[in-house]
Write a protein of this length. Structure first.
Ligand SMILES: Nc1ncnc2c1ncn2[C@@H]1O[C@H](COP(=O)(O)OP(=O)(O)OP(=O)(O)O)[C@@H](O)[C@H]1O
Ligand SMILES: [Mg+2]
Length: 473
């Protein structure tokens, strides 16, 4: 190595050291993904503001539908076709904003296949939904880019999100307005029967599960004459007369409380109401999911006509909270009942078998429930009809069924149902069709002291038993 070479190497080493120590000159470096987006937007995207919108996880599919529709309606042969591109570059993308995906000195985010998830759109239907992708589309001829992503609890993101980038802020704002409108109009939740369930990651987001709409005819519900009609008129009838009622300045919001002993048909009545209101959005909250009441009420308002069912609402009256003291959830429920505008076409249906727990709270804040109906234990006539209903497919004589009903004072509909199952079982164990004797045997067994707890669990009154036989106490 001659001296010149050594000098050169020394100079080069100094140069490299200086390069390494100097601050980066091009911190805001556009990524390959950024190049694609900039080409579509035909502009220097670096200065654009981004508008973000967080969505409840179960609304991602609605946003997906809305954006697909907007992309299709904005397509024009004179313009670049709308499309969706995925984002490659590793898990860092989960921690990056849309702006960071487009210019980033550390990670070269690049176009890649789109990520999809399968989202339910009904009890038995699904849709392939973009869970991470950049949509390129036009609205009123203006190019817009939207980053669409689903929730990722493992990365601490419990909601879905849209981030909108356009040359003019007005275009981005207009797109968001259109998305919101279509999400409401086309929502997959509209007209469905939905159950809310919590998110197990504890992020507090509610997911909506689709349930098939029950099929329960009026004949399947055995109550004293007039009771079912009153309930149906209040819940369904007010909805059917909405135009006339509104024109007359009357409110449509209504609250019905069904109370009575366990197994007497409250839930069955609710199922009949859902069966009678096809096309009405129904939100069912039971037990712990009642904590989503505010969510459910908002959804009901947006999707009206709607029914919100709060099953076993007495459970919430027992809730305690470290900070708010007893019954915070009950107050949330009462607030939700009160919170909607009077002319919202929303029916709240509450059920309880412990009305005494609620009575005070409801009486203290009147006007939430405008119809309270007792669903009592069936009387002799209702019992006969119940026993006949559940015996209808069995080869039993009318006399035997009537006789059984008369001997089973104080029992409920669920008892009648269980009795017939046991009758069939007794015969099935001997490989033959059930007879009147099986019915009598099954009844005797169910009414025996041994089955006292069973009877209570089926909702029978404490003192329900067979009239004492000679030789018995
Ligand atoms: N009045 C009734 N008419 C017809 N069937 C009934 C009736 N009551 C109860 N049953 C039968 O018993 C089952 C249980 O009744 P249901 O779930 O409606 O009771 P519930 O009043 O809601 O009780 P709980 O207070 O325990 O929730 C019903 O699915 C139905 O098969
Ligand atoms: Mg019930």
């Amino acid at each position: 190595m001659d001296e010149e070479q050594s000098r050169f190497i020394e100079t080069f080493r100094t140069f490299i050291e200086e390069v390494l120590q100097s601050p980066r000159a091009f911190v805001e470096q556009r990524t390959p993904l950024g190049d694609v987006v900039a080409a579509f937007l035909r502009a220097d995207i670096e200065a654009f503001p981004v508008i973000s919108e967080d969505l409840a996880p179960h609304r991602l599919v609605d946003a997906d539908i809305a954006l697909d529709e907007l992309a299709a309606s904005g397509a024009d042969t004179a313009l670049d076709p709308p499309r969706v591109i995925g984002v490659g570059g590793g898990s860092q993308r989960e921690h990056s904003t849309f702006a960071e995906l487009l210019r980033n000195p550390h990670v070269q985010f690049m176009p890649a296949p789109v990520d999809y998830v399968s989202s339910a759109t009904g009890p038995a239907t699904e849709r392939r939904t973009v869970s991470f992708g950049v949509r390129l589309l036009h609205l009123d001829g203006k190019p817009i880019a939207v980053l669409q992503r689903g929730p990722r609890d493992e990365y601490g993101r419990s909601s879905a999100r849209l981030e909108i980038l356009a040359a003019e802020p007005e275009s981005a704002a207009r797109l968001l307005t259109e998305v919101r409108r279509l999400m409401l109009e086309r929502s997959v939740l509209r007209g469905q029967v939905l159950a809310f369930s919590g998110n197990e990651y504890g992020s507090g987001g509610a997911g909506a599960d689709f349930l098939p709409r029950p099929v329960v005819s009026a004949e399947d519900v055995v109550l004293a004459p007039g009771i079912l009609d009153d309930i149906v008129r209040h819940v369904v009838g007010i909805g059917e007369q909405r135009t006339t009622l509104r024109a007359a300045g009357q409110h449509l919001k209504r609250g019905v409380l069904l109370y009575g002993p366990p197994g007497s048909g409250k839930t069955l009545t609710v199922r009949h109401l859902l069966s009678s209101t096809p096309g009405t959005t129904a939100v069912l909250l039971t037990g712990t999911s009642i904590r989503f009441i505010t969510h459910a009420a908002d959804l009901a308002r947006a999707m009206q006509p709607a029914i919100v069912v709060l099953e076993d609402v007495d459970l919430v009256a027992m809730e305690r909270d470290m900070y708010d003291g007893p019954q915070p959830l009950l107050f949330a429920v009462l607030d939700a009942l009160d919170g909607l505008d009077g002319d919202a076409d929303v029916a709240f249906v509450l059920t309880t078998n412990r009305v005494e727990v609620l009575e005070r709270a409801l009486a203290d804040r009147p006007g939430r429930v405008d119809l309270a109906v007792e669903i009592p234990l069936p009387d002799a006539d209702a019992r006969r009809r119940l026993f006949s209903l559940y015996a209808r497919d069995l080869p039993l004589s009318e006399a035997a069924v009537t006789d059984a009903a008369e001997h089973a004072d104080g029992v409920t509909g669920s008892f009648a149902k269980e009795l017939m199952r046991r009758t069939v079982l007794l015969a099935a164990e001997e490989h033959r069709a059930p007879t009147d004797t099986d019915l009598a045997d099954a009844l005797e067994a169910l009414l025996s002291t041994r089955e006292q707890l069973t009877r209570r669990l089926l909702g029978a009154r404490e003192d329900s038993h067979l009239p004492s036989q000679p030789g018995e106490e």
